[in-house]
Design a protein around this ligand. Structure first.
Ligand SMILES: Cc1cc2nc3c(=O)[nH]c(=O)nc-3n(C[C@H](O)[C@H](O)[C@H](O)COP(=O)(O)OP(=O)(O)OC[C@H]3O[C@@H](n4cnc5c(N)ncnc54)[C@H](O)[C@@H]3O)c2cc1C
Length: 594
């Protein structure tokens, strides 16, 4: 593991404590988006990667099913078909200029991974194998499911993440693992770096650079039943909000249809891609009522709603809050070759051998469609619309470019993270070629971060972080989930504000500096509460049903009023909104049936 070199520790006049590390590019995060940007920028510039977890522990490594690209290795495919599916999947909220980039550059990104050393699963004649995934179809939706997802068994993310890590090491990228970034240093619309806490030794550090890139991942941990790693707490989005910048489309949070019962751990859509069935208490393949043509391979929003409806109407297994995912007919050989991790997870966590028995599943909070608004060159838009913050870039799940609109298709996210990570790297190189000056560090660069840490370490309240976290996660899981309504959301919003009030009176037991996870938990919770407030306010505001946002009191999509992106700021303690139009180029909005 790379250690911090004392040579890089400086004193900067006026900045009270800390070590200052200077690099051309400061990349925050070490998932696919961040490390793909780092690989690109490190060909020409000095790049630091700062991550709160060790790089190969990033959530990208948990991705199972695959990465979409119209390689046409298995059957005819075209980027136009992929584009149609992505636009329709997004419930027409995705920006079609960005989606066109996504689908056109996808084959390049996958082939580059292959050349970097990623070991994809293969067809018998040696080409990259491809499998089916929900919402991906032939011939503009007129044909059946298509073989489009490139994969490495059911460990695709693991393989890609390690490939990028190795390539970063090869390019001399400097890693700062276990540094928790607390805040951005932006003055006069120029991003000058970030402030971070050294998790291992304690202490505040400043990372000073010409370009800062966020690849900080999603925020689905605001929910109790969630498929995403414990570290996916939306810190990047939280920092952006605190820097006075907007977030986009935060009301759209994807529920993956198949989380392991109670745990929420993901059972990849690959299980249905390979032919798995969804079964209710009557033993019926109930998807025929909801998506007669695509059945189990309908998009995630449609499938999650179908499962939730079966459960709500008493057709869960034994009347309980789960249904069955049945893989038994696939046979042991197929399961153990193509879905070995699913077999292992089901066995280890709920003691089900999916070769012999069906797996109990329920919808699980999975993916953040909303996030930090960027343009298609990954420049963060300070007004959410057109004005970039100089030197500040973002990509991957923390960003909203927006290619997924109201609902993401499976396998489009590893693609987005990799592809827009790569674009961020290219964009940063272009920015640095103009030789911008290293902007000064303001004397109060770390003041806010220090005050936050000191405030928590010296707090003498009575509220417990774990208790508030459990409550927000539980409340979000119940009242801002697959189905939403004004009544529940208004009450939830009041309660979120109550929890924010209680948060002001927390206390932590560990007051030390090194490896103080009490401190990190407390900071993460503060960010999650801010995000919950914005998500619930956005969900309450959007009086329609579109993609993952399904309002029982406004069950129809309303293009006349709501074919637009939400932008949300936190100003004077309140959430304020503005809106921007959706970019529509090739495909006009239509009714969405599967
Ligand atoms: C179980 C699971 C399976 C999935 N399967 C698929 C799939 O098959 N196909 C697909 O397309 N998508 C899949 N997805 C979605 C996809 O994996 C993610 O959307 C994508 O990997 C996100 O990548 P990222 O680079 O944006 O962020 P992440 O991989 O989440 O990385 C975030 C990084 O930010 C760092 N970070 C965050 N906050 C801070 C901070 N304050 N300070 C310092 N560092 C910080 C973290 O340490 C981490 O390194 C899956 C997701 C899950 C949860």
């Amino acid at each position: 593991m790379a250690m911090i070199d004392p040579e890089t520790i400086h004193d900067v006049k006026g900045v009270s404590v800390h070590n200052v590390h200077r690099h051309d590019v400061i990349v925050v995060g070490a998932g696919l988006a961040a490390m793909r940007a780092a690989v690109e920028a490190s060909k020409d510039y000095d790049v630091a990667v700062v991550s709160k977890v060790f790089p190969t522990r990033s959530h990208s490594g948990a991705a199972q099913g695959g990465i979409a690209a119209s390689l046409a290795n298995e059957e005819e495919d075209h980027w136009e078909w992929h584009m149609f599916d992505t636009v329709k999947g997004s419930d027409y909220l995705g920006d079609q200029d960005a989606i066109e980039i996504l689908v056109k550059e996808a084959p390049i990104v996958v082939r580059e991974y292959e050349h970097m050393g990623a070991a994809f699963s293969r067809t018998p004649d040696g080409r990259i194998a491809q499998r089916m995934f929900g919402g991906h179809t032939k011939n503009f939706g007129k044909g059946g499911p298509i073989l489009r997802a490139c994969y490495a068994a059911d460990r695709t993310g693991h393989v890609l993440l390690h490939t990028l890590y190795e390539n970063c090491v090869k390019n001399g990228v400097r890693f700062y693992p276990e540094f928790y970034v607390l805040g951005l240093i932006i003055r006069d619309n120029i991003c000058r770096g970030v402030v971070a806490w050294d998790v291992v030794n304690g202490g505040v550090h400043i990372f000073h650079g010409k370009a800062v890139m966020f690849g900080t991942g999603g925020h689905a941990r605001v929910y109790r039943i969630a498929s995403i790693s414990l570290s996916s707490t939306g810190d990047g989005q939280g920092m952006v909000l605190r820097a006075g910048l907007p977030l986009e489309d935060m009301e759209f949070l994807q529920f993956h249809p198949t989380g392991l019962y109670i745990h929420g751990i993901l059972v990849s859509e690959a299980a249905r891609g390979e032919g798995g069935y969804l079964i209710n208490d009557a033993g019926e393949r109930f998807m025929k009522k909801y998506a007669p043509e695509k059945m189990e391979l309908a998009p995630r929003d449609v499938t999650s709603r179908a499962i939730q409806r079966e459960i709500d109407e008493g057709r869960g297994i034994g009347g309980k809050d789960f249904v069955h995912l049945d893989l038994r007919h696939l046979g042991k050989d197929k399961i153990m070759t193509l879905l070995p991790q699913i077999h292992e997870l089901a066995w280890k966590f709920i003691h089900v051998d999916c070769v012999k028995d069906p797996i109990p599943i329920q919808p699980t909070a999975h993916y953040s469609m909303g996030g930090i608004p960027t343009d298609s060159d990954c420049r963060v838009l300070g007004d959410g619309k057109s004005r970039p913050v100089v030197g500040f870039f973002a990509a991957g799940e923390c960003a909203c470019v927006s290619v997924h609109g109201a609902n993401r298709l499976g396998t489009n996210s590893l693609l987005e993270a990799s592809l827009f990570g790569r674009r961020a790297g290219i964009s940063i190189v272009r920015f640095l070629r103009d030789e911008p000056e290293l902007a000064d560090l303001p004397t109060d660069a770390a003041a806010e971060a220090i005050a936050e840490v000191e405030g928590i370490l010296s707090s003498s309240g009575t509220e417990r972080v774990a208790a508030i976290r459990a409550e927000i996660q539980q409340r979000m899981t119940v009242d801002c989930a697959v189905f939403r309504s004004a009544g529940k959301l208004s009450k939830l919003l009041e309660d979120v504000r109550g929890l924010q009030e209680r948060y002001k009176h927390i206390r932590v037991d560990d007051r030390g500096q090194d490896f103080n996870m009490d401190l990190i938990d407390a900071i993460e919770l503060g960010r999650m509460l801010d995000l919950a407030e914005v998500m619930v306010s956005g969900a309450l505001g959007r009086e329609e049903s579109r993609g993952a946002h399904s309002r029982t009191d406004f069950p129809k999509r309303d293009d006349a009023k709501w074919l637009k992106h939400t932008l949300a700021w936190k100003k004077d303690g309140k959430v304020v909104f503005d809106y921007k139009s959706v970019v529509i180029t090739r495909f006009q909005p239509k009714e969405r049936v599967y």
